[in-house]
Every structure is written in C-alpha cells, then in structure tokens.
Ligand binder design. Structure first.
Ligand SMILES: [Cu+2]
Length: 470
C-alpha cells in the first residue's frame, strides 16, 4: 500500500490535493476471510512536507477494530517517515466485522486522515455468510466525512482552535452527496463516520427503516430496526435497508445533526439511493432477527468485573486531557506511563465521564466492550452489540465492561490467543486526539508484551519483496 500525494477531482471543475492509499481516496476496501494471515506493507511515499501546513507527514497505520499485536497496532509514536516503509502483520482472528485502516501518526492524525488516509477493511466468515445477509455488490461501504474547500479546490484545514474541523461539504466514500443506483431489494450498508470532528444523526426519507445488524465488534445478537441513528467519529453500524417498497423512487439519507457539531446549509444531506425496478440477483436477500446470540462480549455480566476504573475527559489549560493526562505525559515517561494495567483475562468496568461543551467518541484499542448503561439508562438500540468506540455526549456518564487482552481465536496449538502490551485509548475527535486526549493502558502491567516502537521498526526504501508469512 503506497501512501502518496495526488491530485483528484472531488468537486466539479477543480482539482484537490489529497493523500491517497494506492492512488485512491478513500483507500481501497480490503476484504479478507477470517483467520487468513495478511501482511500489509505500508510505504510512506508522501512528500517531505505537507503542501500547505509544512509539517513532516510521518504516518503510523492503525487497523481500527483489529486485535493486532502492539508493534502492528499503529501506535501513535511508532512512525514511518517519508521514504520509509513498514510491514504490518494481521492474523485476522476477529469474527466477521467492519474494520477500517487509517493514519494514527502522533500529532498529525487529523490532518493526515482529513487529507484522505483512511479506508475500510472487512473480515468475512462462514458463520455470517450462512445468515444470507446481502453480500457482494449488495454490501456497500458508506464512509461519511465532511470537508471544507477553498475556491481553487484545495482542502481548508481550520480546526476551530483544536476543537475539530467542520466542513460544509458532506462526502460519502470521498464524493460529495453521491447518488447510488440500487435494485429494489435488500442492501447491507456499512455506515461509518470517518469525519474528523462531526457527528451525524442519520435517517432515511420515505419512511425507509435501517435495521442494525452489526456494530464495530461484528454481528449484534438481535437485529435492531431504527428510524434514526446517531453515529460519532469512528463508529460503524452495519444496517440492512430493504429498497423493495421503493421501486422507481429516490430515497435520501439525511443528517439531522448532533449537539456540538456546526450545521451549514447543506450538511443535512448525505446521499441518495435511486431505486430501479429490476432485481438481477435475488439471493442473499435475508434479514434474520437472531444474528449472534452467543456473542461472548455481550454475555459479560457486571458481577464478573474484578474492578472499576473511572476516566474523565475534559479540556484544561487549552489541552484535551484524560484524567488530567495527555499523550505528551506518556512520551515524557519513556512510554512507561499507563492509565490502567489489567491482567490478561481480567474483566473490568470502565466508567467514562465528560463535561464542558463537547462530545468525545471514546475509542479503546484491542478491546471490544459491552455498554452497560448511559446515565443509568439502557444504551440506544443500535448500541446493543460489541463496541470499541462509544459516543460520549456532553455531560454523560457511560459504563462499559470488557475482558482485557482476550482475543477471539486460537493459536496453531489450539490454545486461546491472548494479547499483552501497551495499547492506546483516546478520543476519536482526531483534533482532540492530536492535542492531546490520548493515553495508554498496559495489558499485563509494566514490561509486558512486545514494545510497540522498537519491535518492528520501519525501514528505508527501496523495499525488498514482501516476505512470506511464517
Ligand atoms: Cu474529544
């Protein structure tokens, strides 16, 4: 995968400078069967300096939603400079789910992702295939972001005093307000907010219903029909929409907005579906109610927790902090400082709170969790599945439960796969993350696991052939 600066037409009549993976923005969708190991070579062929902002575009590629080893997790400070490459190994032991890969380079994640360094990555498995959900061309990535453009077509980066970029153009898979031709049958839409700072409340016109079939952690126990769906940055909700009743009509996806995001004239529009009259393939057109009753994450019970931790997200002295700490504190500690040290297999409850004029989509690396409650009440219908990012709205208190370091899947000797080491937890308003609402937890405690920076460092180009997986 080559990260390169290219010029592409996004708006009519003008060109835009973007950062692409293999020439495309967003990057190509990767689809991989569960348990098939993969090496992704990430080549940083970006220019020595960002064209307008002047920083060095170092990168660190995170497979978001994957239980990667620490040295392949896109640790923010494990950077590859322009002219370097790094081979990322993924064993893909996760159950079927919608992951995404995106840049995570320390302090410049927001700019790099805004420039285009993001793409979807789907793990597929036989158990999900057996359900008959829409597949193939009826399974569509829907990466929703926003951007602001100068008159000459170039991207404008104004992060509103490190609150986050708010564009007035909504992009879906990198295109403004697209219209998708669909057949009058069911589709799976992999809804995914890939924006820097904007949250969305999505709904369909004409009374069309979205049925949530998967969250970040894969299939939900039971399909959940929703008329409106709030989605924050980095969250993914896979929904099935049945266009059969709308043959010959147009169904629009609208955005009703969220608190703390800035609405512009046209940010209420997302995309549209032009429904044809012919179904060319009637197979895989099922929508079972029961999808994943045995989800181990959703089976976690409060009584199993060995401890509760409290994380407070707020802004102080101009910095975004978690429990008064920033990533800079982690750096200054020689990367030793950690906010938590669960033993592999420990079940813990983490309580997230925030105050002060913003919302924070909180993302925990490595770990899928179950939302126990939000302000003491049940989570929203779309949240009734395994998650790794949760929408922490202004003033809210959310409790989640997770088993740390426990990864679905088995080693070649059939033992259970466990991970230990340092993993990040941060706000996925990427401007907040960069300045500096990010810290780490250490599964296994200090010293455990491979070092994320020194174990598999980047190498200079030119790169030799990709090594075989051993
Ligand atoms: Cu935030």
């Amino acid at each position: 995968m080559t990260q390169q600066q290219v010029r592409r037409q996004i708006l009519p009549g003008v060109a835009t400078t973007v950062f692409a993976y293999n020439g495309t923005v967003p990057g190509p969708t990767i689809r991989v069967p569960r348990n098939r190991p993969v090496i992704v070579r990430q080549i940083n062929a970006l220019p020595a300096k960002h064209p307008t902002r002047g920083y060095v575009p170092w990168t660190s590629t995170h497979l978001h939603g994957g239980a990667s080893l620490p040295q392949f997790d896109g640790y923010a400070s494990d950077i590859s400079l322009p002219g370097q490459y790094k081979d990322y190994f993924y064993d893909n032991t996760e159950t079927a789910r919608t992951l995404w890969y995106h840049d995570h380079g320390v302090h410049h994640t927001a700019e790099n992702v805004y420039m285009g360094l993001a793409g979807q990555y789907h793990v597929l498995d036989g158990r999900e295939n057996a359900l008959g959900l829409p597949r193939g061309r009826y399974d569509v990535p829907v990466m929703i972001s926003d951007a602001a453009f100068a008159a000459n077509g170039e991207l404008l980066f104004d992060d509103n005093g490190e609150n986050g970029v708010m564009g007035d153009v909504i992009l879906v898979n990198g295109r403004p307000w697209p219209v998708l031709q669909v057949e009058p049958r069911k589709y799976r839409l992999r809804l995914h907010a890939a924006s820097i700072a904007r949250g969305f409340t999505l709904r369909l016109t004409r009374g069309a219903v979205m049925v949530v079939v998967a969250t970040e952690g894969g299939l939900v126990p039971q399909a959940q029909p929703v008329e409106r769906l709030r989605i924050g940055m980095a969250e993914r909700y896979d929904v099935v929409v049945d266009f059969a009743p709308f043959a010959g009509e147009q169904v629009e996806m609208r955005n009703d907005g969220v608190d703390n995001s800035i609405d512009y004239d046209d940010t209420d529009k997302v995309m549209a579906f032009q429904v044809g009259s012919v179904v060319t393939d009637p197979t895989n057109n099922e929508l079972p109610t029961v999808l994943n009753p045995g989800s181990p994450v959703m089976a976690l019970r409060e009584e199993e927790a060995v401890r509760t931790r409290h994380l407070e997200f707020h802004r102080q002295n101009g910095l975004w902090v978690i429990n008064d700490h920033t990533w800079e504190d982690v750096v200054r500690s020689g990367y030793r400082k950690a906010i938590a040290d669960p033993a592999p297999g420990d079940v813990e409850i983490w309580k997230f709170t925030t105050s002060g004029g913003w919302f924070h989509p909180m993302h925990m690396h490595l770990t899928d969790f179950k939302i126990l409650d939000r302000d003491g009440k049940d989570p929203e219908p779309q949240e009734l599945g395994a998650k790794e990012t949760v929408y922490l709205a202004e003033g809210e208190e959310i409790r989640v439960i997770a088993e740390f370091g426990s990864v679905l899947g088995t080693n070649p000797d059939q033992s259970e796969i466990r991970r230990s080491g340092r993993y990040m937890i941060h706000c996925h308003n990427v401007s907040h993350e960069d300045h500096d609402m990010m810290t780490q937890f250490w599964v296994g405690g200090e010293g455990a696991g491979p070092d994320p920076i020194t174990t598999a460092p980047p190498k200079p180009l030119p790169a030799p052939p990709v090594p075989p997986i051993t």
